[in-house]
Design a protein around this ligand. Structure first.
Ligand SMILES: [Zn+2]
Length: 467
């Protein structure tokens, strides 16, 4: 763990938005005192040491080993389920009577516009995006699973790199994302076919080469089946992905539904049911949907989330929304057994519109309780701010994703001027309120009302990102 990582963890622990971590520690101590096994959790000493930054995180939580490319070893290593029910191996299910959980993190759109790409260019012609994620990497390393929406194809340099409207990002991005802690990418969105089917296949190839898992688009039907469920700490997690549409003409052909997930309620239900049959305890569905730049979900988003959550045929546990490019609220359903974040916002981009520089690391635990019931616990919001920044000794400004609580706690340490630090503090407070501005009841009541982009009200930082 680097000095920077230790500092970020200390700042986060000191920040007000970290009650879930404290709650976790208290619960953990209580479990220890009453003699309940720690189950999948770390030994107490190791956990405490990690939180204060004294040691490297344990291998089981930090290396995100992809079972598709490496043999599993030990109880905490991910074990990929095989797809054929006839040949299913004994499933590494959670042991009865124990609390088992997966620490899960999700971010929104990874959009490599031209200016983001230029800021990552190296003198030798290659690219390095890692500096942009320096402050979030120590957070990601605390998770078992980290997923983001890759909104640009990686079609290779021969095709020529490009930003909006027909993206092609440098292929080094895949390995960079792996290096900073991502474990999985959603590959289905309106830009998936910007460089055609060949571009999509190339994207999958680079993502596979980086040993990242992926969902929403596949090489073939077998690839989709093989990637359906992964096991973390004995908990089966399925990741699925669907988009409202594509920016180039595309029709789902019969028999080729595996190629690219396109929103179709019945198809989602079929896939969820297949995931359950393959051993998924939790099914997480990425939905690329909604109106761009609107701060509240539209009627279509609300209706689809409700319909899926109430589906008798295949209801997911967690829905991750993206595409609006701004953060939309988080809503819990049915006593925390289901939840939706309607939009995670942009994780990295140079979009110049209000609030598009704001994003969110959604941090939670998918938990199986000793009595067997499942719920979404320790929900923690880590709002982020994507901006250009001149770091000491650097030849030019770079894009950086900054957790706003870190900046508010110690702005000077992160090379922030007073104005930017103040802007972040305001956005942080607004974002936390905004995220909780809908609940299941108000969602139902609002489903007939037009969506309204009312909150928050500050947008002065947008210009900083656009140049
Ligand atoms: Zn989109």
């Amino acid at each position: 763990m680097t000095l920077a990582s230790r500092k970020i963890l200390r700042d986060l622990l000191g920040a007000k938005f970290w009650p879930a971590t404290l709650l976790f520690l208290v619960s953990f101590l209580a479990l220890q005192l009453i003699g309940v096994s720690s189950g999948p959790f770390l030994e107490l000493g190791s956990l405490r040491a990690q939180l204060v930054g004294l040691t490297e995180p344990s291998t089981s939580l930090s290396d995100h080993q992809n079972p598709a490319v490496g043999p599993p070893s030990g109880p905490n290593v991910l074990v990929k389920a095989l797809s054929s029910s006839a040949t299913l191996p004994p499933k590494p299910k959670a042991l009865t009577g124990k609390l088992c959980s997966v620490r899960f993190m999700a971010v929104g759109d990874i959009l490599i516009h031209q200016s983001v790409r230029n800021s990552a260019a190296l003198p030798n012609g290659s690219y390095d995006f890692k500096p942009a994620f320096e402050l979030v990497a120590p957070i990601f390393r605390q998770a078992d699973l980290v997923i983001g929406n890759l909104e640009n194809p990686l079609a290779g340099s021969a095709k020529g790199y490009s930003g909006y409207p027909m993206f092609n990002a440098p292929e080094q991005l895949a390995q960079n994302l792996k290096d900073v802690g991502f474990t999985s990418l959603n590959l289905t969105n309106n830009h998936s076919l910007d460089r055609g089917l060949e571009g999509l296949k190339s994207t999958i190839a680079y993502v596979r080469e980086a040993k990242l898992d992926y969902s929403g688009a596949y090489l073939d039907e077998e690839d989709k089946k093989n990637r359906l469920v992964s096991f973390y700490n004995g908990v089966g997690v399925a990741l699925l992905g669907y988009t409202y549409g594509l920016n180039v003409p595309y029709k789902v052909e019969p028999g080729l539904e595996w190629r690219l997930g396109v929103i179709d309620k019945e198809q989602v239900e079929r896939d969820v049911a297949a995931a359950r049959a393959t051993g998924a305890d939790f099914v997480v569905v990425s939905l690329h949907f909604g109106n761009e730049y609107e701060l509240k979900p539209n009627a279509g988003q609300r209706a689809l989330a409700e319909a899926l959550f109430n589906s008798p045929n295949g209801a997911p546990d967690l829905i991750l929304g993206h595409h609006p490019h701004v953060v939309q609220p988080f809503v819990e359903f049915k006593d925390k057994s289901q939840a939706v974040i309607f939009s995670l916002g942009n994780f990295i981009s140079s979009q110049p519109f209000p609030y598009t520089f704001l994003g969110l690391i959604l941090d939670l635990r998918l938990t199986i309780h000793p009595d067997g019931h499942k719920s979404i616990e320790e929900i923690n919001f880590i709002p982020t701010y994507c901006h250009k920044i001149q770091l000491k000794g650097a030849s030019r400004r770079i894009f950086r994703v900054t957790p706003m609580a870190v900046a508010a706690a110690s702005p000077k340490s992160y090379s922030l001027d007073d104005k930017t630090a103040k802007t972040m503090a305001v956005h942080l407070a607004q974002q936390l309120t905004h995220l909780k501005s809908l609940d299941a009841e108000s969602l139902k009541a609002a489903s007939s009302a037009p969506s309204s982009p009312k909150v928050p009200s500050i947008n002065q930082a947008a210009a900083e990102v656009s140049n």
